[in-house]
Design a protein around this ligand. Structure first.
Ligand code: ATR
Length: 273
């Protein structure tokens, strides 16, 4: 599809954005579907000015990444109820100059997990209580999971647990809990710290489904040890994929070509390794 006078423009905004994988996924999907859209990456320091620009230039949508996920909310005309509750957005849709914020991060995790396991009624242990953990916890709660939060800083675990009506525990107690789904929502194990895991290997049990939000490397130490312990694993890139799938559907109002987006993402990750 060549760019012309009717091309709709979408972009990811953040700082840094040089290594963003959103353009490859979205552009591959536009090409596959023959849509006259283009997806760019814009390094943004001042989010207010960027959103004025989106209105002025009539961009169709934005993927919002660090560090703007909370601040951007101040400058929107409307915010989806779930994103409001989570307290962060990662997506903005521009409908005739009216900007509405959404959060597709929580749906990303839910859809990634649902490929491999049911969530309703399952015991989920969430490692971490930061921004990513908050969106994930919210999605899991919505799906009807029983959630336990474990975090280095106890106050943050308690705060999140109160918000979604979950339990709090210590990592060392994990062997005493019947865990169906275990999620690392901390940054531990992210490249270049690839020899660190969020949990000692002896805590894995073979009936667990284990998910890591870290996607560089594709298989973290946490996931490798889970796999070696007989657990079913879900790669972190799946969350990245499915949050983009949900964004694509918001921007274009069409069903996303998931397999094409997944291939584009995996190829890009491969190139970067
Ligand atoms: P994000 O928005 O990406 O979730 P964040 O809000 O900084 O980032 O949260 C990072 C998470 O990783 C937190 O749960 C953090 O634990 P604390 O709340 O105790 O800071 C966790 N984390 C980061 N480094 C850690 C480490 N070395 N050991 C244990 N937990 C760590």
């Amino acid at each position: 599809m060549s760019i012309n006078g009717t091309t709709k423009i979408c972009a990811t905004i953040g700082n840094p954005v040089e290594h963003s994988l959103s353009p490859v996924m979205h552009n591959a999907a536009y090409e596959e579907m023959g849509l006259n859209f283009v997806f760019l990456a814009c390094k943004v320091l001042d989010v207010k000015k960027a959103l004025d620009g989106v209105r002025g230039l009539n961009f169709r949508g934005l993927s919002v990444t660090m560090p703007h996920k909370i601040e951007a909310m101040k400058y929107l005309d409307d915010i989806d109820e779930t994103a409001q509750k989570i307290g962060a957005i990662n997506t903005i849709v521009n409908d005739n100059g009216k900007l509405k914020g959404y959060n597709t991060d929580y749906a990303g995790t839910t859809l990634a997990l649902l490929e491999k396991t049911k969530i309703k009624g399952k015991n989920v242990v969430l490692l971490g209580a930061g921004g990513a953990a908050r969106a994930i916890a919210f999605g899991l709660k919505k799906e009807g999971a029983n959630i336990t939060i474990i975090n280095r800083t106890k106050d943050k675990a308690s705060g999140l647990a109160k918000f979604i009506d979950a339990k709090v525990d210590d990592l060392s107690n994990i062997i005493k809990i019947k865990v169906d789904i275990l999620i690392n929502a901390t940054s531990l194990g992210m490249d270049p710290n690839v020899n660190i895991s969020a949990m000692p290997q002896e805590y894995f049990r073979k009936n667990m489904t284990v998910f890591d939000i870290v996607y560089r490397p594709k298989e973290t130490k946490f996931l490798r040890e889970a796999r070696e312990s007989g657990c079913q694993i879900v790669y972190g890139y799946k969350m990245l994929l499915y949050q983009a799938v949900a964004q694509f559907e918001l921007f274009t109002q069409k069903k996303a070509p998931v397999a094409i987006m997944e291939k584009a993402l995996l190829d890009a990750l491969e190139r970067k390794n």
